[in-house]
Design a protein around this ligand. Sequence first.
Ligand SMILES: Cc1cc2nc3c(=O)[nH]c(=O)nc-3n(C[C@H](O)[C@H](O)[C@H](O)COP(=O)(O)OP(=O)(O)OC[C@H]3O[C@@H](n4cnc5c(N)ncnc54)[C@H](O)[C@@H]3O)c2cc1C
Length: 246
Amino acid sequence: MAFVLHTPETIKQAVRLQRETGGEYLAGGTVLLVRHAAKPIDGHVISLQGIPELKGIGYRGPVLRIGALTTFTEMHKSGLLGGHFKALDEVSRIMGGPQVRNRGTLGGNIGSNSSAADAVTALVALDAVIRREGNLITCIELSDEKVAASAFAKVGRRNAMAVSVANMAVARMTDGSYRVAVGACAPTVLFCQKTSAVLSSGGTFDEAAQALQSEIQPRTDRWGTEEYRRAVCPNLLERLLAEVAP
Ligand SMILES: Cc1cc2nc3c(=O)[nH]c(=O)nc-3n(C[C@H](O)[C@H](O)[C@H](O)COP(=O)(O)OP(=O)(O)OC[C@H]3O[C@@H](n4cnc5c(N)ncnc54)[C@H](O)[C@@H]3O)c2cc1C
């Protein structure tokens, strides 16, 4: 088998090609091409770059629609994330470095299936809707009517180009409830159901921090230790709660 690159121009064509060939979608390539740096790609790759329907960011009524192929730089520069969706704006501003933000896409962040994917943590807190056709992520929708305020923070081993040792997003919803999500502290990005419930019912910070410790499942890996992750999570929570306070 040799490397075969497909360049569909519509969502339908891309989904059909993937079904027929079993190939991998290629968006910005910051994960896919790095994964294949040591071992050349041998098989079908379906580039999404020629599909205009997957691009762009804009409002349809109270819903902000972000095409899966929208890059982090495009999201931040749009100026549309600054208010309610500040958690995602912050990810778009600080993740990776300028080159990664210029190439990396929101759909690729979700598709990379990483428990440390910064945007996924923000999207979980923001109660985002992820639209798909087949197994192709087409767009992400955020609702102004659901989210009042949000914030995101991460800790890594350095300020730029660093995988999150822990990341967190907190959203205060328009109905007064809270949503807390944590990354890199469990096998997947975690929606912290108990912590969110404590905060939503007016519990104290200490109660919320206790709930948080009971639901994260950090492990020691090459990026950080379990103990460090357990120590840093309540600090992130305290800081983000202050940021989203009414
Ligand atoms: C130096 C460096 C620093 C980084 N720093 C960070 C960081 O700070 N935070 C962070 O979260 N990530 C980071 N990353 C990871 C990466 O840049 C992001 O996850 C980025 O969003 C991936 O997007 P992409 O378009 O490049 O994805 P690709 O590499 O094109 O694709 C990644 C995976 O997603 C799949 N995919 C892509 N688009 C779709 C779609 N629309 N539907 C279904 N599947 C799809 C692909 O098939 C592939 O399996 C970093 C990467 C590098 C190389």
